[in-house]
Ligand binder design. Structure first.
Ligand code: ZN
Length: 477
């Protein structure tokens, strides 16, 4: 038996040793974490193969989760950005990545690739994608020159895309060489396309083969395509809608389940890459012509309708009007002008296909009538349209378009948005009657009654009630 006093002394000594050991373990953990971050930042992939085993959550992003950051926080050092500056070096790159080498330098909230950003996250989660993968942009440059145009240097004219987005890897190479992750938000390419309606027009002699735009009697078309991911300059977006920036930030934060806390905590960061679909511009003829005021321009702005555009649903006029737009754009290009078709991923008036199909069912079950067309959508979605065209004209400014000779759209919302941006529209061209599928009369007559442009008849409310689509009994088989 030890004397009680010695036992007490020993206990105290043992307790002290235990404390020291615990502190040492804590120091070791902190130190090893620092070494890990340091090595990930400076050791090239060729030396460290981090794919050789599944990486842990801590190895990917560090053990400490940074929920949000604040301006002036220690270590936070965003790359300066001056939206609307004509000189890209003054404007600065869009930096949004939270990779270890870039997280402190971010000057934007959100993630690249619009809605596909979530697939990127999934690829990282299952170790299909190395977080330190460095994109190789060799030979990805645009095959044609677009711009720069004075519109690119106007913070009021372009607010929903990055006008330097197609040149980012080359304009901001210095930053990339410093380890900052910068990705393009626009890509431009050239292609051929074949559509049976165009082939049919060539066969019927309505469209001629010129070897440049229409390449052969199959109606193969030569086209320049511009894919654009959304990049929102928040003060500019708020201004377009006539609201204050704080309201916009709060709505984006709250209505996405609090997904982007930095919309609230980082008022110094003005750019947001939203998780939404982008757009594609199809340019027929020489792309340089779009910005030339001496060249005529035909334009169709089309919002996605997958059911009609791709799968031939006859409940609306979407594909027929789209193809009419392409055909007219091609003719304008063949005559020495330019034809542009812009395709926005705003399915079902930006309400999505689920809401759209619910509306279809309600319409057909309740006796599909043009007089009730918008009411069905409003009953379900609370609004009749969420496309809000105010941001749409950005792509026109990007392409340097200053006027539109032929607008292949009847939408008063698109017309107003473009004209409000200072781009005059000289002629509006409705869809020809013979291209309107019978079951889509309900849609087109309701839209014309609500203000869509027509050179034909605007029906009264009473007449609208007599415009009926295919009834549920006809659909339900
Ligand atoms: Zn449609």
């Amino acid at each position: 038996m030890m004397p009680p006093s010695l036992s007490a002394d020993l206990s105290a000594v043992l307790a002290q040793i235990l404390t020291n050991v615990q502190e040492l373990q804590a120091d070791y953990k902190t130190l090893s974490e620092k070494v890990r971050i340091y090595s990930v930042c400076i050791i090239p992939d060729s030396v460290v193969d981090i794919n050789k085993k599944k990486s842990t959550v801590g190895e990917k992003w560090g053990n400490r989760i940074v929920l949000t950051t604040y301006p002036m926080q220690s270590g936070i050092d965003p790359i300066p950005m001056q939206w609307g500056a004509a000189d890209p070096r003054v404007r600065g790159p869009v930096v949004v990545s939270r990779s270890l080498s870039t997280v402190r330098k971010r000057n934007a909230v959100g993630a690249h690739s619009g809605s596909y950003g979530i697939y990127h996250a999934l690829a990282v989660a299952i170790d299909e994608l190395n977080l330190n993968h460095k994109p190789d942009f060799t030979n990805t440059e645009p095959p044609v020159d677009i711009g720069p145009f004075p519109q690119w240097g106007d913070p009021d004219k372009i607010v929903a895309m990055d006008p330097f987005g197609h040149l980012a890897p080359w304009l901001f190479k210095d930053h990339i060489d410093d380890g900052v992750e910068i990705r393009p938000t626009i890509a431009i390419t050239k292609a051929h396309m074949r559509l049976w309606e165009i082939e049919d027009e060539v066969k019927k002699g309505k469209l001629r083969v010129d070897g440049k735009v229409v390449l052969n009697d199959h109606g193969d078309l030569s086209v320049t395509k511009v894919a654009v991911e959304p990049v929102w300059y928040l003060p500019g977006v708020a201004k377009r809608f006539g609201i204050d920036e704080g309201t916009l930030r709060r709505a984006l934060f709250e209505d996405t389940g609090g997904s982007y806390p930095e919309l609230i905590t980082r008022p110094d960061i003005k750019v947001f890459l939203p998780p939404i679909g982008g757009l594609t511009a199809y340019i027929f003829g020489d792309p340089a012509n779009t910005a030339d005021p001496n060249c005529r321009l035909a334009l169709r702005v089309h919002d996605e309708c997958n059911g009609s555009d791709v799968f031939g649903s006859d409940i609306c006029t979407c594909r027929p009007y789209l193809l009419f737009g392409i055909s007219e754009a091609v003719k304008e290009a063949q005559n020495g002008g330019s034809g542009v078709v812009i395709y926005f991923r705003k399915e079902g008036r930006a309400l999505g296909e689920v809401t759209k199909y619910l509306v279809y069912n309600a319409r057909k079950r309740m006796g599909d009538s043009a007089a009730e067309y918008f009411t069905r959508t409003e009953n379900i979605a609370g609004v009749k349209d969420m496309r809000f065209q105010a941001l749409m004209p950005d792509i026109l400014h990007f392409l340097g378009i200053k006027k539109i000779d032929r607008m292949l759209s009847m939408s008063n919302m698109k017309y107003d948005a473009i004209v409000n941006q200072g781009i005059p529209i000289y002629e509006r061209v409705p869809i020809p009657e013979e291209l309107i599928p019978e079951d889509s009369r309900v849609e087109i007559d309701a839209k014309i009654h609500a203000g869509y442009f027509t050179s034909g008849k605007v029906l009264t409310l009473e007449e609208l009630s007599s415009v009926k689509g295919r009834q549920w009994e006809d659909v339900d088989h």
